[in-house]
Design a protein. Structure first.
Length: 477
């Protein structure tokens, strides 16, 4: 019972897939592939990171405002007047009194009482310093503004903008590659569909040939061998249909996977035909467009510019760093954290301008600069080699396009001749002037010509897609 229910459910699911089968156009497949592409989403996130890096570099040119709070407790303190206190205890007032006696003060009273007043004042200060609170709180606010940051900030911004241009080229290059892959698999699907149609028509032709062989055998104009041969040809044609359908299924699976859509290959199909495209561009014009519009070459140029910026960045290490700013310190003194509300506060406000300049760094800056120059020169050779490889690919793609274009024109004539030959062979076989072998040969050549024509169309258009991709945009295709 369970097996019957399971079988019924499977049949319902399969029937539903065929019931809701959908046919996709090329434009729909491209749109789905671009929407579902993980590569494009990854590059978009890379572009976000680069934009954030540019904003971060610009932020380094803005004022930097810092604040801090410090709480401290002194278990033991040394008075700032400790040397004076020692002087008072060891030598007394004799030196202070002799100092005032030597002063030429015209006020006798002041001469007599000056030393006493001074001693009393100093003694009071020392006693007060010994009673300095052991706890303190320091609140600070510092503003620092770079005036000349060795040129590093501007170079970082320039580097970020160049990297963003490279990312944009990567994005459109990936977008074009995704489109190109979808277009080529779409053409492959069309080729597979047409191959199935051709093989089905071959089965119909084989059936008709077998029917004629049987009729001729019945009326005594053909041998049993002819009927067996025609039947064998029919069975082989059916096998070719199965092979063509299997190839079509595999092509559909590839197309579904690349486009990211949720479809079952058995319920999936594509609509459309091979476009009627005329290609007459000369090779020099094609190479010119490749050098100007190819996204890989644009990325190489951007990377070379980054190498030059790295050289300039290495040079900035030889420049000074100039800055200015202001600071506010608020200091509070108190005994015990319970007396914090009663703290005595004092302010310290100042402005400053400064310059730092590394005069000697062990020649590390010189070596860093030499390394940057060598890296830039090395990349120039790499860029030139890759450009030559891209141009070589363009030449090969161009030759392939021209070859398949001419081949397709020649096959059109072969196809027309094969159709006429089959029609004549069939009529003459019916009249008895041709053998079954002649009809089967004509049938075979007709099917072969159809397959060759569709294959030539597929190879021409896929080669053309590759060429336009190298030229920078398959939209022109």
């Amino acid at each position: 019972m369970f097996a019957i229910i399971k079988k019924s459910l499977i049949q319902i699911i399969v029937f539903s897939c065929f019931l809701f089968a959908r046919t996709y156009t090329l434009e729909e497949l491209i749109a789905e592939a671009l929407r579902n592409s993980k590569q494009l989403r990854s590059i978009e996130k890379e572009m976000e990171k680069t934009n954030a890096g540019i904003s971060e570099a610009r932020g380094k040119a803005m004022p930097q405002l810092r604040s801090s709070i410090t709480m401290s407790h002194a278990f033991k303190q040394i008075s700032p007047l400790h040397p004076l206190q020692s002087l008072m205890e060891s030598e007394g007032l004799e030196k202070i009194r002799s100092l005032y006696e030597d002063m030429e003060d015209h006020t006798g009273m002041l001469r007599g009482t000056g030393s006493s007043i001074t001693y009393a004042s100093i003694d009071y200060l020392i006693s007060e310093m010994q009673n300095v609170p052991g706890d303190s709180a320091i609140l600070s606010l510092t503003l620092n503004q770079p005036i000349f940051a060795q040129g590093k900030i501007s170079k970082e911004i320039q580097s970020g903008k160049t990297a963003q241009r490279i990312n944009i080229c990567r994005y459109y290059d990936m977008k074009m590659k995704i489109k190109a892959d979808i277009v080529k698999i779409y053409f492959e699907s069309l080729l597979a569909q047409k191959s199935v149609d051709i093989q089905n028509k071959a089965v119909e032709l084989a059936k008709e040939t077998h029917r004629l062989a049987v009729v001729r055998y019945v009326i005594g104009k053909a041998s049993e061998l002819d009927t067996l041969s025609s039947r064998l040809n029919l069975e082989n044609a059916k096998i070719e249909v199965q092979k063509a359908q299997s190839t079509k299924c595999l092509t559909y699976e590839t197309l579904v996977t690349l486009s990211g859509i949720i479809e079952i290959p058995d319920s999936f199909s594509v609509s459309g035909e091979f476009p009627e495209t005329v290609f007459e561009l000369p090779l020099e014009l094609v190479l010119g467009k490749v050098r100007e519009n190819n996204y890989q070459i644009s990325q190489l140029k951007g990377k070379e510019e980054l190498k030059e910026i790295m050289v300039d960045m290495a040079k900035t290490d030889f420049y000074p760093y100039v800055f200015a700013g202001a600071s506010l310190y608020k200091t509070g003194l108190f005994d015990g954290f319970s007396n914090f509300p009663k703290a005595i506060w004092g302010d310290n406000i100042n402005v400053f301008v400064g310059l730092t300049w590394n005069l000697f760094t062990g020649l590390t800056r010189n070596h860093k600069l030499r390394k940057a120059y060598a890296d830039k020169d090395q990349f120039r050779f790499i860029k030139q080699k890759k450009i030559e490889q891209i141009e070589l690919q363009a030449r090969k793609a161009y030759e392939k396009v021209v070859l398949n274009r001419d081949r397709m024109d020649a096959i059109v004539l072969v196809l027309e001749l094969s159709e006429k030959r089959y029609a004549l062979a069939k009529n003459e076989y019916e009249n008895g002037s041709k053998t079954l072998l002649d009809v089967q040969n004509a049938e075979f050549e007709l099917n072969k010509a159809k397959i060759k024509f569709n294959t030539a169309q597929y190879e021409f258009h896929t080669a053309l897609v590759d060429l336009y991709l190298l030229m920078g945009d398959i939209e022109d295709y």
